[in-house]
Design a protein around this ligand. Structure first.
Ligand SMILES: [Zn+2]
Length: 364
C-alpha cells in the first residue's frame, strides 16, 4: 500500500510551478518509434506462392526505419527484430513499453482462405472487431502465441475462440484517438498517394497491440496470397513504396502532433488542475512521467480530471467524493471506459492518506 504522504514540495510544485512546467513542456516531441516486423523464425506468418510473410514484413520494416533514421535524426528507431528471429507477441509490446516509445507500428501481410479472392491494404488499431472479417485477421495474427513456450502473459487467451475476444470490448486504449489518426494517415498514403486498394482503417483485438502504452497500429500491407500483390510486395519497388508511405505518414503525424502541442497546449492553471486540498476520495486512473494537460485528448471521456505529483510521477485522478461508495462508482465507470487499473485513493487535508484515515476524518 502506498501510504507515504505527498511532500510539501509536491504541493508547492503543483500550485506554483506546474504552470511554468506546462510552458516548458509545450513542445512535446515524438522521439522514439518501435517498428515491429511481424512473425519471424519458426513463425513464418502467412504464406504466398513464392514468399513468406515474415520476410516481407522485415524488408519493409527495415526500409521504413532507414527512412526515419536518414530524414528525422531526432527520432530514435528501435526494431523488435532486425533478423529472421522468433519473438513473442508480449515481448514485442514490452520492448515498446520499456523504451517509452511514442509510437508503435507492427507490420504484417494478410491472406485469405481462397487465393486471389482479396487484395488491398488496411490498417488496424486496437478495438472490438465490428465484423467477422476483422475478427479473422486478429485470430490469424494472434495464433502466433500457439508457437510460444510460455503464454502466461495472455491470461489463458485462446486465439481461436471467438468468445475470448470479448475481453477486448472492455479495453479502450488511452491512445485510441492518436492511433486512429496515425492509421488514417497510413491508409491515406497507401491509397491516395500510392493507389493501393483501400480496405480502410479497422479495429480488432490484437495481442501485440493489447498492452502497448502509446499510440499503436498494425498495418496489413496487402495479401500475400493474391498473385499480383505478392509480386508487388516482393519487388524492390513495392517494398520501397510501402516503406516510404509509412515514413510519410509517420512524418506527418509527428509534425502535426508537435505543432499541436506547441500551439494549443495552454499553461495549466490552478483553475484547471487544483492541488489536493481538503479531505475526500478520488479515483486514480493514470500515471505519467511527463505532465499532460487535463484537457489533453488522451483523457477524453474522463470527467473532473485533476493531477497530483507523487513519488516523481504525475498521477491523474477523477472526481472528489465524500464517501468511498461514490468514489467506487466512479472507479467502475472508469474501468468500463478502459482504465482497467483505476483505483480509489484518499486525501486528508490535501495529503495522500489511507481510505481508513479519510473515513475517520470525514466522520468528525
Ligand atoms: Zn502477420
Amino acid at each position: 500500500m502506498i501510504e507515504r504522504k505527498i511532500s510539501r514540495f509536491g504541493v508547492f510544485f503543483l500550485i506554483f510551478l506546474l504552470p511554468l512546467c506546462a510552458l516548458a513542456q509545450k513542445g512535446e516531441k515524438i522521439q522514439t518509434i518501435v517498428i515491429d516486423a511481424g512473425h519471424g523464425g519458426k513463425d513464418t506468418g502467412a504464406l504466398g506462392k513464392v514468399s513468406k510473410e515474415k520476410d516481407l514484413n522485415l524488408a519493409v520494416a527495415l526500409k521504413f526505419g532507414a527512412y526515419i533514421e536518414e530524414n528525422l535524426p531526432d527520432v530514435k528507431v528501435i526494431y523488435t527484430r532486425k533478423t529472421d528471429k522468433f519473438i513473442e507477441l508480449s515481448e514485442r509490446a514490452a520492448i515498446a513499453n520499456r523504451n517509452n516509445a511514442d509510437v508503435f507500428v507492427s507490420i504484417h501481410c494478410n491472406s485469405t482462405g481462397t487465393p486471389n479472392s482479396a487484395h488491398g491494404a488496411e490498417t488496424f488499431v486496437m478495438g472490438e472487431s465490428k465484423n467477422d472479417k476483422n475478427l479473422e485477421v486478429a485470430k490469424k495474427e494472434n495464433a502466433a502465441i500457439l508457437l510460444e513456450d510460455n503464454t502466461d502473459a495472455y491470461d489463458n487467451f485462446d486465439p481461436n475462440s471467438t468468445e475470448a475476444y470479448i475481453i477486448f470490448s472492455l479495453t479502450q486504449s488511452l491512445y485510441q484517438n492518436q492511433s486512429l489518426d496515425l492509421a488514417g494517415k497510413v491508409q491515406n498514403q497507401f491509397t491516395q498517394k500510392l493507389g493501393r486498394h483501400d480496405r480502410g482503417v479497422q479495429q480488432a483485438g490484437f495481442l501485440v497491440l493489447w498492452k502497448t502504452s502509446m499510440p499503436s497500429i498494425l498495418v496489413e500491407l496487402g495479401f500475400i496470397n493474391h498473385a499480383k500483390e505478392e509480386q508487388f510486395l516482393n519487388s524492390e519497388k513495392g517494398q520501397t513504396q510501402m516503406a516510404l508511405s509509412l515514413y510519410r505518414a509517420f512524418e506527418e503525424y509527428k509534425r502535426e502532433f508537435e505543432a499541436e502541442n506547441h500551439t494549443s497546449s495552454q499553461p495549466v492553471t490552478e483553475e484547471k488542475l487544483s492541488a489536493p486540498s481538503g479531505t475526500y476520495f478520488t479515483v486514480q486512473f493514470a500515471s505519467r512521467d511527463k505532465k499532460v494537460a487535463s484537457t489533453d485528448k488522451t483523457f477524453s471521456g474522463v470527467k473532473e480530471v485533476d493531477v497530483y505529483e507523487y513519488n516523481g510521477a504525475f498521477r491523474y485522478v477523477s472526481g472528489k467524493f465524500t464517501s468511498k461508495d461514490a468514489a467506487t462508482k466512479r472507479q467502475t465507470e472508469l474501468r468500463n471506459l478502459g482504465y482497467k487499473d483505476a483505483f480509489v485513493v484518499a486525501f486528508v487535508n490535501g495529503e495522500r492518506a489511507t481510505i481508513k484515515q479519510a473515513e475517520e476524518a470525514l466522520k468528525k
